[in-house]
Design a protein around this ligand. Structure first.
Ligand code: FES
Ligand code: FES
Length: 175
């Protein structure tokens, strides 16, 4: 879109939550704003908009990033995962989501999408983290409500469940 008083937009092609996506965006727009306004995925939250709170955390090519610090045009050709992509297509919650509910790890829920995405990345890198490693991994995600204990519990429970499931699968394969 061009014209007097209008800045040209760019068309960005990427994958969002496993699906091919294309959207028009002003070159100065952040990925956070583009996800929320151009793509219509409002699960990712804007807390501070300056990289301090982690509420806007998404995964880009599997790496957790503050989407308020990344330009939308930089997503060209990349794979973006947001909280909307966590649950299975049939609506079954991701184990992290289920355990956040089970442990009472969300109160107002504003920080939760960012923490879930960061926790997903943390467990992908370290499937059996200690509580201290979970706290360190989530240190960039601020929660004003929970006091963090329940969040750490939920992530640790998810890790233990995944380990038990892997063990059961391995035992089943041997039987
Ligand atoms: S909104 Fe991006 S870090 Fe706070
Ligand atoms: S649950 Fe309210 S900010 Fe974390």
């Amino acid at each position: 879109m061009t014209g007097p008083g209008r800045m040209a937009t760019r068309r960005v092609h990427c994958r969002i939550n496993g699906e091919a996506s294309a959207f028009e965006v002003a070159p100065f727009r952040t990925l956070l704003d583009a996800l929320r306004h151009e793509v219509g995925l409002t699960g990712t939250k804007k807390g501070c908009d300056v990289g301090d709170c982690g509420a806007c955390t998404v995964l880009v090519d599997g790496v957790p990033l503050n989407s308020c610090l990344m330009l939308a045009v930089e997503a060209e050709g990349r794979a973006v995962e947001t909280v909307e992509g966590l649950a299975a297509p049939d609506g079954e919650l991701h184990p992290l989501q289920r355990n956040f509910m089970r442990c009472g790890a969300a109160q107002c829920g504003f920080c939760t999408p960012g923490i879930l995405m960061m926790a997903k990345a943390l467990l992908a890198e370290n499937p059996a983290p200690t509580d201290a490693e979970i706290r360190f991994g989530l240190a960039g995600n601020i929660c004003r409500c929970t006091g963090y204990t329940k969040i750490v519990e939920a992530v640790a429970l998810t890790a233990r469940e995944a380990a038990a499931e892997a063990l059961a699968t391995a035992m089943g394969a041997k039987a």
